[in-house]
Each structure stands twice: as structure tokens, then as C-alpha cells.
Design a protein around this ligand. Structure first.
Ligand code: ZN
Length: 309
């Protein structure tokens, strides 16, 4: 199997993971989770978003959180999601230096999310990039519904290619291809990603999968086979989808790390400390999470049968 030696994990639990949780976590709870993630040697973290607090109450304390966690975080990449220029300006006010601008490949999904067509969001991005260059901020762009849209169904390869033709010349740092509602399958991921990385060889790509229908890790494997070495994941596999209530969330960080380590692929992360953080997360949200490794424990080659509790 053609696989990378090392994979980079971008932790999204404090944003994607929590955003649809009923219980709004306090800044102190989020800070405690952050500290545990840092202990697990996490280097890249999407910590929140600058969207209207009425739309996503869970994210209302993102600015306050950033002020707490940005002290002594030289080696950390702290990223805030923004849906528009206003979000970029609000993030700037708090001193945030890295942004993740999200829009959808399908018009209907983008209209639902930000009341704009895909083309209008691409125009908005140009303004954001000028603003960010003036203020020394780095921008990642996420293309939601790359592998399927809950309203329109299939999103064509031609559509994604057209979007990338617009995006790549804008010199954004990284482009995230996102399977927002878990509609991708491994063959589709491999085919699309292989084609796009061949067509845009200089562009750095990151992949974002949801495990909505149990295909998350398989999709990740498909992307690795196509040469991708950077992925979003959420502690505990948390992450809601407003269009599939009750569905499983993002691919689970500890499950991802467990799989990668057992395949001999480095992540630089401590599985043990991630699991400790994941236990804290369960306490804070007040329910079980979809994490497999947390339920079964990691597979130990020396002691395959877990000790009786
Ligand atoms: Zn997501």
C-alpha cells in the first residue's frame, strides 16, 4: 500500500466538534480541554469561529477563549473559522493570525449557510485575502460539500475543478476539501483527490471527513493513497450535522491516531493523552461520544485481551 510516513492532524473539536452541542461549554472548560490537547502534543487547532453568536451560541466565547490560549502558544497554529469579511475583522480585533474561510461547492448549501451563491462567496474571499495580506494574517480555504450536498446530491468533478481553478491562483495557504455531511466514499475520494493534486501540483491540500455513514476512516485511507498527509479530526468523533440530526460527527482524533500508529505512520501525538482529553470531553458535554478507542481501549500487541475491570 502506498502510504505516507507522517500525517498532520488539525484538531477541530473546539469548533466543528462542539458547534451543535446543546450544552454551551464555558471558556474555562474549553481552556481545560485545550491544555489537555497541548499535553498530547497537538500543533494545529481550530479553536472557534467568528460567526454571529445568535446563529452558533457555542462559538460566542471564541474571542475570549483565544485571549486565554494564545499566551505561550508560539509553536501552535490557532485557527478561527470565518464565513465572511466581518468575521475576519472580528478575529483580527482579538489578535487571531490564522483563518479558515468556509464556503460550499454547491449553491444551495452555501445559500443555507451564508445566504450567498458559491460565486458570491468566491468574490467575498478576494476581499478577505486583501484584508488579511494587509494585516499579516494567513488564510486556509475550506470547500464544503466537495463530495456531495445534502440538498443537491452529487457534486460533479467538473464543479470542484472549476472552483479550484478560481482558488489556486489566489495563493491561499491550504485548501481543505470537506465532506461536510459524510457522503464521500473511498473510491470517489481517491479519484477526485488524485486528479486534483495532479492538476494543481503546487497547491497544499487538507481533507475534512465526517463519519456520518461509517466511511470516515476508509475515506481517509483513500486520500492517503492519493498522497494527502494533512487531515482535520475531532476529539471523541464529536461534530454535528444540522441536516442529519443525531448523526455521528467528524472522524475521531483518537481513532485516527490509533489507526495511523498501528500502521507505522507518525503523527507526533500521544494517543494516551488524547484519550485522557477525550474522557474530559465526555464529562463536559454530558454524553457518550462516538469514539471507538475510548470504548474498547487501544489494541496492545503484548496484551490483546484487556484486563477485567
Ligand atoms: Zn465538518
Amino acid at each position: 500500500m502506498k502510504l505516507p510516513k507522517k500525517v498532520k492532524i488539525n484538531e477541530v473539536v473546539l469548533r466543528d466538534g462542539l458547534q451543535l452541542e446543546d450544552k454551551v461549554l464555558t471558556v474555562d472548560e474549553k481552556k481545560a480541554l485545550f491544555d489537555q490537547l497541548v499535553k498530547a502534543d497537538l500543533r494545529t487547532l481550530e479553536f472557534g469561529s467568528f460567526v454571529h453568536p445568535k446563529l452558533v451560541p457555542q462559538m460566542a466565547n471564541s474571542g475570549e477563549l483565544f485571549e486565554l490560549i494564545s499566551k505561550n502558544s508560539n509553536q501552535l497554529e490557532l485557527i478561527a473559522l470565518i464565513p465572511n469579511l466581518k468575521g475576519a475583522k472580528n478575529a483580527k480585533e482579538k489578535g487571531v493570525e490564522r483563518l479558515n474561510f468556509v464556503f460550499s461547492a454547491s449553491d444551495t448549501h452555501n445559500q443555507q449557510n451564508v445566504q450567498k451563491s458559491t460565486e458570491e462567496s468566491l468574490e467575498e474571499l478576494k476581499g478577505i485575502l486583501i484584508y488579511c495580506e494587509d494585516h499579516g494574517m494567513l488564510v486556509n480555504v475550506s470547500v464544503a460539500t466537495t463530495f456531495g450536498c445534502p440538498f443537491e446530491g452529487e457534486v460533479s468533478k467538473g464543479r470542484i475543478e472549476w472552483i479550484l481553478e478560481q482558488l489556486v491562483p489566489l495563493n491561499v495557504e491550504t485548501i481543505t476539501l470537506a465532506d461536510t455531511t459524510g457522503m464521500a466514499n473511498p473510491q470517489q475520494v481517491y479519484d477526485l483527490v488524485s486528479e486534483m493534486t495532479t492538476k494543481f501540483p503546487e497547491q497544499s491540500f487538507n481533507l475534512h471527513f465526517h463519519n456520518t455513514r461509517g466511511m470516515g476512516l476508509a475515506n481517509m485511507l483513500g486520500a492517503m493513497q492519493a498522497g494527502i498527509t494533512s487531515f482535520d479530526a475531532s476529539l471523541g468523533g464529536l461534530g454535528g450535522c444540522p441536516f442529519a440530526p443525531g448523526a455521528t460527527g467528524n472522524i475521531c482524533t483518537e481513532d485516527v491516531v490509533h489507526m495511523l500508529h498501528s500502521m507505522g505512520i507518525e503523527t507526533g501525538l500521544s494517543l494516551e493523552k488524547l484519550m485522557a482529553a477525550s474522557k474530559t470531553l465526555q464529562q463536559y458535554v454530558g454524553h457518550e461520544t462516538p469514539s471507538y478507542v475510548l470504548k474498547a481501549g487501544p489494541y496492545d500487541r503484548k496484551y490483546p485481551v484487556p484486563a477485567k475491570k
